[in-house]
Design a protein around this ligand. Structure first.
Ligand SMILES: Cc1ncc(COP(=O)(O)O)c(C=O)c1O
Length: 1016
């Protein structure tokens, strides 16, 4: 069966050019393409038209070339919209030209159209949509081929998965015994599960070679799709499903989660050509078999033709993938593929559920007291749960236990219920983390029912069964003592299982597998935390439709992406426990519902980040968690300055809110202490505070202060500056009034250019740039003279929306001199940059060696609590006290001030300013190093943890690369890291994480960005 590969024909690129001229009348330049049997050349003629010239050995039967040509002609007719190759006849009119080489050997030459695209093997990432499109294209091709026949298609080929049995006799070529055992094991699966089914599976002519070096990808950055396949040399008549198996075998190479990757391909194929149950049952074994054939063939060929790189090119990833496949239970794979094709994952699961429903009244209580009528309370242990504090995120069992029992006590209940199909933050601990294809994933979905009750509470068998297995699963956070019963139900003798986890040790004493257990018999008792994995005492009850050959253990938590399969493997245990449905609260809305209602009730000008919006329901330090408990590293939110939900800040707010929250018309020490502490961070004479509720409100007040103090209204503002969303703030925000929907500057607003040293008027190589930019401020002040002079100049201490622009050294000093000389006041907007973020100083204006007259603060000041402040000089404050009272209902209330002080405490106690300096330097260094490999990065800049990466197409022209910036932000989100884009051209990636961001986080960000940049 196994012939040694042919040597490809001896022709060179010059030969190809000559053949193109002689046979096809084309003047071309030829470049060799890889090929296994043929010699393939890419040809380009003077007009830029491209072709592929294929030179086959004469051993290649002319009939199989006819088959390929007939196939392509059939497809061109049936599915003309597909970008498949077409055959170009020679000048003689023949599709095949017969040529003889110098040694007298005959070769067959053909010319095909060239289909542009990138090889799937060289395309990254393989997104779900891309993999889906692969399956869909093949399904479309196979549908079009259903009525295609050709005598040459009925042939025997070593790559025919319907006849892969030959590799049994060649496995000796795999010399490594571990590897040989691996192949033998997975090939046995083919022999037992696929071979017996093969005669009954649909057959037809298929392409049969969807390996990743034959698949062409097209489309733009965001919409990469499989557009074509090349090399029809392996086409033959066989089982149609083999097509999909081959595609899957290659699509899963290098994927940490091959099951998820193959499911996308299968879904795409199924959408074009629906699969039947038997095909689905054979699919996973066929996928394994294809890789077995590949590695055995490579091993054998390598012995025979050691130098042929092409043959062994996919060997390493194939071995790695075989190892991963071996770790997946074949029935789990089968169930996953069934679920992908909208079938019940476990075929008999619906019958089990039906039987349990039909026998609802027949079961004995699983606990005493009987949960059906006991005083019980259903706990909310979900990701969004307001009953769980932030630290539960890290598997903190002690506080989890306290929370659970406090709630049970408060409800006066005997039993607390932990819900089925609930994503829980407690499972975001490291033990539950697995590598996903894009980002780490956590098995957060609880697929049992928890019944929290005191240790020693007896546990009963709700129905007859036998002891299937038992074990003491002793690892921390594991089940502890566990019993699994096996049940046979109904006339069909359905088998299913029930699992009882977290029992006492005594429960396992004297147990024997196979022992009958009668309904209502006590099988054990609830264990205490010393034996039950450290959990609050409870029974974890789970129904299992297929044990997947496990003993004494079965996963009680699942990955969100496997929800359908896992819920079919483990149906709702309440089918047995029978807690009345009315005792359970309504399920929370999912993302689709939230989005729909948001579209109806929320103003459409509020944008949503990312092409795939995130439903974020929990935050903890530098991480955000979506509704399924998947963690995202937050690299963009500078508002939760000291960390999302920092417990010290939360506690400060909660404690004060429980005692008093009112306005500033009464004396309260929080207001004065906070003001004192804030002023202590600022240089003199900035000594008078006003507290407000947002950055925008701070801008409004700053403008009023400046205008009252000077008696003028005009303002000098920086191009693309942003100071807030209110009328007055928008008026000084060029980012808004010059942006979409804006109406340009008001007559009393005078703009000065962004002091951008990278793409601005004056660049980094100009030693006088700062002074020249400041001269523009002077010019704007002059223009304002016509309108009575400028009240002042407002400038962010680092331009944020402008694209993370660090001001040139000396810029503010020179600008402030001009402003003051013109009688104006200087406003520093520190809403984004203050509170130690820049590392070297507490305030970013300090890096410029200036003291403003007014400082506005927002975002980080309250760590997410709506708080803002304006600090000014006594002189300006006196001028503002012109008889008009300044009243602010919420500004400066005791709760806000308590929170503001807690933020200052944390910054100090945790040394966050210094931390920003160190972590920021690490990040800056890592990002700058990326510039060496990625020409797209034009500039990396920033201070501390306030950084920008400017993407450009060309380092001389500095053409903004906005699409790429958006692509990177979206891909980083897919990879579990949140950042965003900004700048007038939206080509600057913004990084400004909570200061809890660590050096390890910085390294992860840089490494991930490196990967994502390689995708472009
Ligand atoms: C520099 C700057 N100033 C002021 C504001 C307005 O703050 P807020 O959104 O809290 O009103 C923002 C908001 O992004 C800002 O970036």
């Amino acid at each position: 069966m196994l012939e040694v590969e042919f040597h490809a024909p001896p022709h060179s690129a010059q030969d190809a050019e000559r053949l193109a001229a002689v046979w096809y009348g084309l003047r071309v330049a030829a470049r060799e393409l890889p090929g296994e049997r043929d010699r393939n050349y890419h040809l380009r003629d003077d007009t830029g038209a491209e072709y592929v010239l294929k030179i086959a050995n004469a051993e290649e039967q002319r009939a199989t070339l006819d088959l390929q040509h007939a196939l392509l002609a059939h497809l061109a007719n049936r599915v003309p919209h597909l970008a498949l190759q077409r055959v170009i006849p020679a000048r003689t009119g023949s599709l095949i030209a017969e040529v003889t080489d110098d040694n007298g050997a005959t070769h067959l030459v053909r010319m095909l159209t060239f289909v542009p695209g990138t090889l799937l093997a060289e395309t990254r990432p393989h997104t779900p949509a891309l993999l889906h499109s692969l399956g869909h294209l093949l399904g479309t091709i196979d549908t079009a081929l259903l009525d295609f026949t050709h005598p040459a298609a009925h042939r025997s080929l070593k790559w025919d998965l319907a006849a892969a049995g030959w590799i049994r006799n060649y496995m000796h070529a795999v010399t490594n015994p571990t590897r040989r055992a691996l192949v033998e094991r997975l090939f046995t699966l083919y022999e037992t599960e696929a071979m017996p089914r093969l005669p009954y599976l649909r057959s037809g002519v298929i392409y049969n070679d969807a390996n990743d070096y034959n698949i062409l990808v097209g489309g733009d950055l965001f919409e990469r799709r499989v557009v074509s396949v090349i090399d029809w040399g392996d086409a033959l008549h066989t089982r149609i499903v083999n097509e999909l198996a081959i595609a899957c075998a290659y699509a899963i190479l290098d994927k940490p989660d091959p099951l998820a990757a193959m499911a996308h391909v299968v879904a795409g194929y199924h959408a074009a050509l629906p699969l039947d149950d038997e095909e689905l049952a054979a699919l996973f074994p066929l996928i394994c078999a294809r890789l077995c054939v590949s590695v055995v063939n490579s091993a054998y060929q390598r012995q025979a033709v050691p130098a042929n790189d092409y043959l062994t090119i996919s060997e390493r990833p194939a071995w790695d993938t075989l190892e991963r496949l071996a770790a997946i239970h074949p029935r789990l794979a089968h169930y996953t593929l069934r679920a992908t094709c909208s079938r019940p994952a476990v075929p008999h699961a619906p019958a089990v559920v039906h039987w349990l429903e039909a026998n609802a009244t027949a079961f004995a209580p699983v606990l005493a007291p009987d949960p059906r009528d006991a005083a019980l309370t259903v706990l909310d242990l979900s990701i969004a749960s307001l009953d769980l504090g932030g630290n539960h995120t890290f598997g903190d069992l002690a506080s989890f236990t306290r929370t659970v029992f406090r709630q049970i006590d408060e409800a006066g209940a005997a039993i607390g219920i932990g819900r089925y199909n609930e994503a829980r933050p407690i499972y975001t601990a490291d033990q539950f983390r697995v590598a996903g294809n894009d980002m780490p994933e956590w098995r957060t979905i609880h697929v049992g029912l928890d019944l929290f009750a005191p240790p020693g509470t007896p546990v009963y068998a709700p129905l007859d069964g036998i002891v299937h297995s038992f074990a003491d699963n002793r690892a921390p956070l594991d089940y502890g003592p566990t019993i699994i019963l096996q049940h046979t139900a109904g006339d069909d003798h359905l088998t299913f299982y029930t699992l009882y986890g977290h029992l006492s040790r005594e429960s396992l004493e004297g147990l024997q597998a196979g022992t009958p257990v009668t309904k209502g018999a006590q099988i054990g008792s609830i264990g205490d935390p010393s034996v039950n994995g450290g959990w609050p005492p409870h029974l974890h009850l789970q129904i299992i439709t297929d044990m997947l050959d496990m003993q004494g253990d079965f996963p009680g938590v699942a990955l969100p992406c496997q929800r359908d399969v896992q819920l079919s493997l483990s149906p709702d245990p309440n089918l047995l426990a029978r807690i009345p449905a009315g005792r359970f609260p309504a399920a929370p809305s999912g993302p689709a519902t939230i989005l729909a209602i948001r579209r109806e009730y929320i103003g459409p000008s509020l944008s949503i980040s990312y092409r795939r919006p995130l439903t974020i329901v929990r935050g903890w330090m530098q991480h955000l968690y979506d509704i399924d408990g998947q963690a995202y590293l937050d690299a963009v939110n500078n508002v939760p300055h000291v960390g999302h939900c920092h417990p010290q800040v939360v506690r400060a707010g909660q404690r004060q809110m429980a005692v008093l929250n009112t306005n500033t018309r009464y004396l309260h020490e929080n207001l004065t202490r906070f003001a004192e502490r804030l002023c202590a961070t600022l240089p003199a004479p900035l000594r008078v505070c006003y507290f407000v509720n947002s950055g925008s409100e701070a801008t409004e007040l700053a403008l009023r202060l400046a205008r009252v103090a000077t008696g003028r209204t005009a303002m000098v503002v920086v191009d693309v500056g942003y100071h807030g969303n209110t009328t007055g703030a928008v008026e000084v925000s060029s980012y808004k009034f010059d942006g979409p929907g804006g109406t340009g500057p008001a007559p009393h607003i005078f703009k000065t250019p962004m002091p951008d040293l990278y793409r601005g008027l004056y660049r980094r190589d100009d030693p006088d740039a700062a002074r020249k930019y400041a001269a523009h401020v002077a010019a704007a002040l002059d223009q304002a003279t016509a309108r009575g002079g400028a009240a002042g100049f407002i400038c962010e201490s680092i331009l944020s929306c402008g694209g993370q622009i660090v001001l040139p050294d000396g810029y503010l000093r020179a600008a402030y001199q001009h402003v003051r000389a013109a009688g104006g006041v200087c406003i520093a907007d520190e809403v984004q940059t203050g509170f130690g973020r820049v590392g070297s100083h507490f305030w970013a204006f300090e890096t410029q060696g200036v003291v403003p007259d007014i400082v506005t603060m927002g975002k980080p000041i309250g760590n997410g609590h709506p708080l803002g402040a304006v600090v000014t000089t006594p002189e300006i404050a006196r001028a503002f006290n012109n008889g008009m009272e300044y009243f602010n209902t919420f500004g400066g209330n005791p709760v806000s001030c308590a929170i503001g002080m807690a933020v200052l405490d944390v910054i100090e106690q945790e040394g966050l300013q210094q931390h920003a300096l160190i972590t920021g330097a690490r990040l800056l260094e890592g990002l700058r190093a990326l510039m060496e490999h990625h020409s797209l990065i034009g500039d990396v800049r920033g201070l501390g943890l306030f950084l920008g990466i400017e993407l450009v197409h060309d380092h001389d022209m500095r053409t903004p690369a906005a699409i790429e910036a958006s692509y990177i932000a979206n891909r980083m989100r897919d990879r579990g890291i949140l950042l965003s884009t900004d700048g007038p051209d939206h080509n600057v990636l913004k990084i400004k994480p909570p200061l809890a961001f660590t050096v390890a986080d910085a390294d992860r960000l840089v490494a991930t960005m490196d990967d994502v940049l390689h995708e472009i």
